[in-house]
Design a protein around this ligand. Structure first.
Ligand code: PLP
Length: 445
């Protein structure tokens, strides 16, 4: 018996059940992945016992010789993974997660009540990019700063850069944020830089979803035109749950290739980002996680990882094509990253129903807003991602099968809806009976 099994069989059993759930099902959540055993070993190591507030060689605690080495290796590998010159870029590897990385970055770049513009949550942005509704400032990034989110073009579901530029003229942002959680296309970084430069604003990219693809050069490089780049480490990058903040040591060139505009305030992002992470937003770093990030970054530098990233994109494109061939509507008519946004409104279904039904089928995905949705609680779409199943070795032919499973799920959902009506509670009650032969059949396949 393992120590955990002996001491706490209840938690041991739950972890075993979750392991089983992760391996048995089809994992299609775009923000998730399967990290390696080596990453998990580092993450579960004795480094969790150590306090080390501060930066390598400048700590507030003794006994940090080893931890300093771990953190320095992690910093070096983070810069190398994205081909960054250490004379131009630095990195803080201590953020506990993506949200804390983003809040620390805002703390570094802005004063309270400064103005920021990020992609709206219902348009595919993230909460931490200034999310607010008409009634409520939901995210701390909207509570402590003034936020004016930008949106998609309703005709194309692509970012409306012209409208963003017009709104920026009125709002005069101090910061433009790009990057999102449910945006299946690449970003116009040069365009964002030129809009920001009109207002002396910073540009920050939150590449959380796509950082593995950026590392493998499968998507455009945000570093060229951004002042700060944040990321989580557990999505396409396939590491432990954590965040990174990359900062420039000197201002970026302008979008037209001219030398950098003179910034309004001293360009001391290194000092500001480091102070924002600790002591402004966090305490002691999670050294076990930092070691695990270092392992993941070593893996991200291998040819195998590059092949992985190529396959992530091919597989997502194949899934989108398969669903389109089956007659479904895919937002932006496809994808160029790992995410497929599937609009179920033309089929008369909500994303919530497909999410619930798929839980019974051991297919894990999440409901998601699509352009024009009126209810965030019951959105009309579903977000699918190829990163996790690609880690399990799925290739394009496998994703064709996944597309066909999803098609059968929709057909089952439509029959159930015909039987019980449109209310989600009734739909769920019907599922809870667990007596549907088609569901049982599909689950076994
Ligand atoms: N940024 C983006 C773009 C994300 O999609 C997410 C999470 O999904 C985050 C930040 C937040 O990361 P975390 O959940 O690690 O706080």
């Amino acid at each position: 018996l393992t120590p955990l099994q002996q001491y706490d069989p209840e938690i041991f059993d739950l972890i075993e059940k979750e392991k089983h759930r992760q391996w048995r099902g089809l994992e299609l959540i775009a923000s998730e992945n399967f990290t390696s055993q080596a990453v998990m070993e580092a993450n579960a190591s004795c480094l969790t016992n150590k306090y080390s507030e501060g930066l390598p060689h400048h700590r507030y605690y003794g006994g940090n010789d080893v931890v300093d080495q771990v953190e320095e290796i992690c910093q070096k590998r983070a810069l190398a993974a994205f081909r960054l010159d250490p004379a131009v870029w630095g990195v803080n590897v201590q953020p506990y997660s993506g949200s804390t990385a983003n809040f620390a970055a805002l703390t570094a770049l802005l004063k309270p009540h400064d103005r920021l513009m990020g992609l709206d949550l219902p348009s595919g942005g993230h909460l931490t990019h200034g999310y607010q509704t008409a009634k409520k400032k939901v995210s701390a990034s909207a509570i402590y700063f003034e936020s004016m989110p930008y949106q998609l073009d309703p005709a194309t579901s692509l970012i409306d850069y012209n409208r963003l530029e017009d709104h920026a003229k009125l709002f005069r942002p101090n910061l433009l944020i790009c990057g999102g959680s449910a945006y299946p296309r690449d970003w116009e970084y040069a365009r964002l830089r030129s809009i920001a430069d009109q207002h002396g604003a910073y540009v920050m990219c939150d590449m959380a979803h796509i950082s593995g693809l950026v590392a493998a050069q499968e998507m455009k490089d945000p570093f060229e035109f951004c002042d700060v780049v944040t990321t989580t480490t557990h999505k396409t990058l396939r590491g432990p749950r954590a965040g990174l903040i990359f900062f420039r040591k000197s201002p970026p060139p302008q979008a037209n290739g001219s030398p950098a505009a003179t910034p309004a305030q001293p360009y001391d992002l290194e000092a500001r980002v480091n102070a924002a992470v600790f002591p402004a937003c966090q305490g002691g770093p999670h050294n076990n996680t930092i070691a695990a990030i270092a392992v993941a970054l070593k893996q991200a530098a291998t040819p195998e990882f590059r092949t992985y990233a190529v396959n992530v994109r091919k597989n997502a494109a194949k899934l989108a094509d398969t669903l389109k061939e089956l007659g479904y509507k895919i937002v932006t008519d496809g994808t160029c990253n790992h995410t497929v946004l599937w609009d179920l409104r033309p089929n008369g279904l909500t994303g919530s129903k497909i999410e619930k039904l798929c839980d019974y089928l051991d297919i894990t995905l999440n409901k998601n807003s699509v352009q024009g949705d009126t209810s965030a609680l019951s959105p009309g779409g579903v977000r699918l991602g190829s990163s996790a199943l690609t880690s399990r070795g799925f290739l394009e032919a496998d994703f064709v099968k996944v597309g066909h499973f999803l098609d059968r799920a929709v057909k089952i959902a439509l029959k159930l809806q015909d039987k019980v009506g449109k209310k989600l509670v009734d739909f769920e009650a019907e599922l809870a009976k667990k007596d549907n032969a088609e569901i049982t059949q599909l689950r076994h396949e």
